[in-house]
Design a protein around this ligand. Structure first.
Ligand code: SAM
Ligand code: SF4
Length: 352
């Protein structure tokens, strides 16, 4: 197993170049894309150790002083919505439920931008006890990551025997009105044969399931293009038990293609993040838990918003840094090319 090294991405302080940028408040880039979907990571801590994401010992802790505070998060979310055209905000991690202040973060953001949908991507552990409070605070939707409904398979993949807690979390989310609950499953060879059971479980429990091709963002650096399970392979497995009719994408920026299951109305989605690159439609902008702006999961270039925030920058200065970070976004990753180098930060350290 390769040593875990979060590395030091290229961090730039100050204002990134805005040369050639059109005069618009929006987060545009040189390739005609507009970022409207903000992902905010709020912690590097996690209650699971999924092998495609975290090292067994967890990620190196972010010093408390470097973590954006509730107030700082609320300020940047307001700025993103009011000044930069962000339409949707999703909190992630690490595991967002590991941050005790999650309810405060949601309530603060909801008060600041009441018309903007707020969501979390979560492994669901502990959600059982917090779903109602989160919904009351203004949370609108949850995406739960669940790769298998086989107890042993779950414990092996996540290195924790917590399947029951995840399933309880999903049920609690639905009971709290956070519907439809979306379930995300990463395609792994060891759980592929259980994909049909997972789809059956999601159909029976009113969850919208999406599979995601595994990306080279695992801390253990064991991802290999030759071994990864592709969307095509999954379709073959699912078609042994269900009829699937293609229905395309929910909207052009949505990364998942969808299939009607057994004549519908339920669908299953697949995000072919590796075999069908969707960078051309990407509308994401990301903020790490330690306050770094990232324009892409796979780029090591980061812009230091935390430093600006804490040096007294006004909203106009913060907005200029953010616009510049996105203006300098590259065309896309090259996972399928020979020269591909994974980013220094792993998925858990960026926020998926
Ligand atoms: N802990 C939360 C969770 O698991 O939902 C939020 C953080 S997690 C990093 C966000 C999403 O990234 C999850 O849906 C997870 O399955 C996905 N993910 C993690 N590592 C991945 C990888 N190597 N390839 C594709 N998706 C990955
Ligand atoms: Fe934790 Fe989510 Fe990564 Fe799994 S995918 S280890 S739950 S951060």
């Amino acid at each position: 197993m390769a040593a875990v090294d979060m590395g030091i991405p290229t961090v730039r302080s100050g204002r990134p170049s805005l040369d050639g940028r059109p005069d618009t408040p929006l987060l545009v880039d040189r390739f005609g894309r507009v970022a409207r979907d903000l992902r905010v990571s709020i912690t590097e801590k996690c209650s699971l150790r999924c092998t495609y994401c975290m090292p067994e010992e967890g990620l190196p802790p972010i010093p408390q002083r470097d973590l954006l505070t509730v107030e700082e998060i609320v300020r940047v979310v307001r700025l993103a919505v009011e000044e930069l055209g962000v339409h949707e905000v999703r909190f992630t991690g690490g595991e967002p439920l590991m941050r005790r202040e999650l309810e405060q973060i949601i309530a603060g953001c909801h008060a600041a931008v009441p018309d903007t949908p707020l969501a979390i991507t979560s492994n669901g552990i502990g959600l059982e006890h917090r779903a109602a409070a989160l919904a009351a605070a203004g949370l609108g939707r949850v995406n739960i990551s669940l790769d298998t409904v086989d107890k042993v398979g779950f414990a092996t993949l996540t290195r924790r025997d917590r399947l029951d807690s995840v399933l309880a979390g999903i049920r609690a989310a639905a009971a709290a009105g956070l519907k439809p609950v979306k379930v995300n499953a990463v395609l792994m060879r060891q759980t592929l044969s259980g994909a049909t059971d997972l789809l059956r479980w999601c159909l029976d429990n009113d969850c919208q399931l999406r599979f995601i091709e595994e990306m080279p963002l695992d801390a253990d650096q064991e991802w290999a293009r030759a071994n990864m399970v592709t969307a095509a392979e999954l379709l073959e497995v699912l078609r042994a038990r269900f009829t699937l009719d293609p229905v395309g994408r929910a909207d052009p920026a949505a990364p998942d293609e969808r299939w009607l299951v057994d004549g519908g109305p339920a669908t299953v989605g697949i995000i072919a993040s590796v075999t069908r690159k969707f960078c051309g439609d990407c509308d994401r902008t990301r903020l790490t838990a330690d306050g770094m702006l990232r324009s892409c999961l796979f780029s090591d270039e980061e812009f230091d918003l935390r430093h600006a925030l804490r040096s007294g920058a006004d909203d106009a200065e913060l907005a200029a840094i953010w616009r510049g970070a996105m203006w300098n976004k590259w065309a896309g990753h090259g996972i399928d090319t020979a020269g591909f180098v994974p980013p220094e930060r792993t998925m858990g350290a960026i926020g998926g």
